[in-house]
Design a protein around this ligand. Structure first.
Ligand SMILES: Nc1nc2c(ncn2[C@@H]2O[C@H](COP(=O)(O)OP(=O)(O)OP(=O)(O)O)[C@@H](O)[C@H]2O)c(=O)[nH]1
Length: 926
């Protein structure tokens, strides 16, 4: 076969214009001026050499021979035609193409080849493929043909790179998924392992598939581009095909090896994690399994899918799942930006946890805050109200004192419910008689009682129990047996609204007098209707019209004068008009429509009480609603008890008493006060609880109102001549001091003021001393001794006056000056901190350092101190050093450890206390 071709044929073969080929031939020194000119094989080679030289010059001016070697070496593994001298045309082909604007493309192609070369470690078939080289060289002029192909391959290679990256990304994501899933397959470990293995296999297969899918598309295309770019002519096609096939076989092989390695690592990691984390909920794992299965099947994560613009079914499901979190995010977004200020109700005492809950914060946060403030607390520790309120304010909320719903409240609530439920029936009126002195109140009450109260069989003598009831033809009336508005207003002041109707007694011979007016005012202020009894009508000087007229001036207008007040002319002496009066009262009661339930627990008021010899506490109870029965447990004020017996106003025992009926009750723990309420309760324990609560409240009230024995108060009272004795309880460190002080104090007594040392002794002030001070209204004086914690509690709760002294003169002088009312400005000592010595360290440099725990207040570096041993002062001085760890500090708060060095005192012992105090002076106010 002749290798000679015409220029046209060659131009067609290499796909360049004939003119351009002719120009190149001419430049190469080959005579060819027409398309039909024949080009010999020799001329072809000549052209090829020319083109190669030309390319070399353009690329760097190097000689082709010099440059050939590296080119060959580089190309050798991939391009079989580069082997041997014939392979050189491959470079000129590039050069030819690379001239001018084509250069960039050429460079890209070379890079691709190199890349592929790196992937292919072996080139066993290179010699075989090199066979067509001469042909390839001969075909050199045909190089322009690959140009478009190469140009097209560039984006293709880009796509293949993208695919490879994606495949790798997939692999990585699959691994990540596997890891996440593995973490959540705890309780179903075996199954999870099995499944993970299966999934890992799936992934590996998928990755292989992905790689295979990526490489066959990418590599051969890329390879073809490289081959086409490198080779010229059609002959290399077979070799190229082989190379491509080889690449196909090779590249996945290496990728697969890597994949398998990754897979092995992944499975191992997964198993380790699975073993490590077994305690997560199986449910979660199950859910994740489902997701895993989906992902394994889909092979593409949602993110990938999104990146690829693909929405797979699993991804749709996964998108659905975060629905709630999305909502939550929405809420979060809408969360108010301003701090939420809560109104926090703070009871007397509250645990840290409860307080945190009321503020909707973590208990641990409160513990932290308290810790910063020097309080070491646990979440279950109870905080007092003051601390809790400060804490609430600290957290930015508003603290309000909680209104405690105590036993009393709940009892009253229960009573209210029961009263409401019971049927309300008409009840008798309760009457109080008021009027001016000597207008005949007592006489009237006595007359009614004497004539109306059915006397008991035993002696027929009516009892004075503070109230009685009478039975008339028209109904029952109860009278409170303590006349006068003072008693009435006293009851009112105690909140007892007992009276329904007031009988205002006005002596017909005396008319309206000052107390008559007061009575009118009291009755009106209370909204209680008045029935006027114009008394002493039997007297000749009686002038009822004058009474009517005077009453009118005080807006009490008789019916006959156009008003609404019933006025009855009576005589307590003769009994005239008494029935009319009772009728009038019942008529008024009718108007008032008085009703109360009878079938419910009793609720009433104490009218009178006393302690009688042989009977114990006796109380007259006016039942206001319900029925009081013998055997009932009642609570009255701060007393309680079981109704042992009940008597009526004639002294006869009764079993029960309904609304508006007064009875005398035996069985209370002590005599309650007039005006105290009486409540029947079903449970004695509850009665006691309420009574104790009230007793405590009363006690506190008394303390608040009166205060306890106070030196300043006593001394100020001396001036007013109200107090004639000063009671003192004296405790000192040694007997000598006690005696000396006692004697000195006794000498202070004079004719006007008596100083009484109620008790004295050696040692700290104890709880018993403090209690004695309470009962004897005494002042506590400690000389070189201190009160213990229990004593301090009593002192605080009763507001006792407790003073500490270290100098006898000062103590005596204080009392003396106080007595003489010449107290100079008061120098008070306030103990601001107390530390307990836990351990003592000896240092040659610092002497004895006491390792302390601050138990109360704050230890301040510059304040004076005292060292106490068993509550007795053993040293007074100053601090040498105050340290926290190695730092010198100015102060240390309660609950914190510190190191204390006492100036000039090295005898500190574990168990000692170091108190830090502050002296303040203030002017006396007398
Ligand atoms: N003639 C006459 N004297 C009466 C009548 N009522 C009371 N007295 C007399 O008036 C005096 C005072 O009567 P009391 O019943 O003590 O009057 P009181 O309002 O209770 O007086 P105090 O308890 O001091 O507030 C007594 O001497 C009675 O005897 C009456 O209706 N007619």
């Amino acid at each position: 076969m002749s290798s000679d071709v015409t220029v046209k044929q060659l131009a067609t073969t290499v796909n360049i214009p004939v003119e351009r080929l002719l120009a190149q031939l001419n430049e190469a020194g080959i005579q060819a001026d027409a398309a039909e000119a024949t080009i010999t094989e020799q001329e072809k080679l000549q052209l090829l050499n020319y083109l190669r030289r030309s390319s070399a010059k353009k690329e760097g001016g190097e000689e082709p021979a010099k440059r050939a070697a590296p080119t060959q070496r580089r190309d050798a593994p991939t391009d079989p035609r580069s082997r041997g001298p014939q392979s050189r045309p491959s470079r000129p082909s590039l050069s030819t193409r690379g001239g001018g604007t084509q250069r960039g493309q050429k460079t890209v192609s070379v890079e691709v080849r190199r890349k592929r070369t790196q992937l292919r470690r072996e080139e066993p078939k290179a010699p075989a493929i090199s066979e067509p080289l001469p042909t390839a060289a001969a075909e050199a002029p045909e190089q322009p043909a690959p140009e478009p192909a190469a140009a097209k391959q560039a984006p293709q290679r880009g796509v293949s790179d993208e695919q490879r990256r994606r495949a790798e990304l997939e692999a990585r994501r699959a691994e990540e998924d596997a890891r996440r899933l593995a973490e959540q397959e705890e309780q179903e470990r075996l199954r999870a392992e099995e499944e993970a293995r299966r999934r890992a296999e799936d992934e590996a297969r998928k990755r292989r598939e992905a790689d295979v899918a990526a490489h066959p598309q990418g590599m051969p295309t890329e390879e073809a581009a490289a081959e086409v770019t490198a080779a010229v002519g059609e002959q290399p096609a077979a070799a190229e095909a082989e190379t491509a096939a080889e690449a196909e076989a090779q590249a996945p092989a290496s990728t697969e090896a890597e994949t398998q390695e990754r897979h092995r690592k992944h499975v191992k990691k997964h198993e380790e994690r699975t073993d490590r984390e077994k305690d997560k909920p199986a449910k979660k794992a199950g859910k994740k399994d489902a997701g895993k299965a989906r992902r394994a099947g889909g092979g593409v994560d949602d993110d990938d899918a999104a990146a690829l613009g693909v929405i797979s079914r699993p991804s749709v499901r996964r998108r659905k799942k975060p629905g709630k979190p999305q909502l939550a995010e929405k809420h979060q977004f809408q969360r108010p930006t301003a701090p939420v200020v809560r109104e926090v109700e703070v009871p007397e005492s509250i645990s840290v946890a409860d307080l945190a809950q009321r503020m909707s914060v973590k208990a641990a946060d409160l513990v932290k805050i308290l810790f910063k403030q020097g309080m070491m607390v646990t979440i279950n520790q109870m905080l007092d109200r003051d601390t809790a309120m400060l804490l609430v304010e600290e957290m930015g909320h508003r603290a309000v004192e909680a209104k405690e719903k105590d036993a009393e409240d709940s009892l009253m609530e229960l009573l209210g419910e029961e009263t409401e439920q019971a049927e309300s029936l008409p009840r008798p009126p309760v009457v109080t008689i008021m009027g001016h002195v000597d207008h005949g109140k007592t006489s009237l009450l006595d007359y009614i009682r004497r004539t109306r109260v059915t006397a008991g069989e035993a002696g027929g003598i009516t009892q004075h129990i503070g109230a009685y009831h009478v039975e008339t033809d028209k109904g029952i009336i109860s009278f409170l047996d303590t006349p006068g508005h003072a008693a009435f207003s006293a009851m009112r002041a105690r909140g007892a609204k007992v009276t329904d109707i007031v009988i205002l007694v006005v002596a017909a011979d005396d008319g309206v007098m000052p107390q008559t007016i007061e009575a009118i005012q009291h009755a009106k202020a209370s909204g209680v209707p008045v029935v006027v009894a114009i008394n002493k009508m039997d007297k000749p000087e009686a002038n009822p019209d004058r009474v009517l007229q005077e009453l009118t001036q005080h807006e009490v207008v008789a019916e006959e004068w156009g008003g609404d007040t019933i006025m009855v002319k009576v005589s307590a002496k003769s009994g005239e008009g008494i029935d009319d009066l009772l009728d009038a009262v019942l008529l008024q009661a009718e108007v008032l429509e008085l009703r109360a339930p009878a079938d419910s627990p009793a609720h009433g008021t104490i009218v009178e009480s006393s302690v009688e010899k042989g009977r114990g506490p006796v109380a007259t109870v006016l039942v206001q609603s319900g029925t009081l029965r013998q055997g009932d447990t009642i609570v009255s004020g701060s007393e309680y008890g079981r109704v042992r017996a009940m008597f009526n106003e004639t002294g006869q025992p009764v079993q029960d008493a309904g609304p508006s009926i007064p009875v005398q009750v035996l069985g209370l723990s002590a005599a309650p006060n007039a005006g105290d309420d009486v409540i029947a309760v079903t449970d004695e324990r509850k009665a006691r609880e309420v009574a104790e609560l009230r007793a405590e409240r009363d006690r506190q009230l008394r303390i608040d109102q009166q205060g306890a024995a106070n030196l300043e108060q006593l001394f100020s009272q001396f001036k007013e001549g109200e107090t004639k004795s000063v009671n003192i309880i004296l405790k000192a460190d040694v007997q000598g001091s006690v005696e000396a002080l006692r004697e000195a104090l006794m000498k202070l007594s004079n004719d006007e003021v008596k100083v009484a040392v109620v008790a004295s002794g050696v040692g700290g002030i104890t709880e018993s001393d403090a209690n004695l001070a309470v009962t004897s209204n005494a002042i506590l004086l400690g000389f070189n001794v201190r009160a213990d914690a229990a004593a301090r509690r009593v002192v605080e709760s009763h507001g006792l006056d407790l003073r500490y002294y270290s100098i006898i003169y000062e103590l005596i002088d204080d009392v003396k000056q106080a007595i003489s009312g010449m107290l100079s400005p008061i120098v008070t000592e306030e103990i601001i901190g107390l530390a307990e010595v836990r351990d003592v360290f000896r240092s040659s440099k610092f002497g004895a350092i006491a390792g302390c725990m601050v138990v109360d207040g704050t230890i301040k570096r510059n304040n004076p101190i005292r060292v106490l041993r068993n509550n007795v002062v053993v040293y007074e001085g100053a601090l040498e050093s105050l340290r926290r760890y190695k730092d010198d500090v100015a102060e240390v708060k309660a609950g914190t450890e510190c190191g204390i060095g006492v100036k000039n005192y090295n005898d500190v012992q574990p168990g000692d206390q170091i108190e830090v105090f502050e002296r303040t002076e203030r002017a006396r106010e007398l």
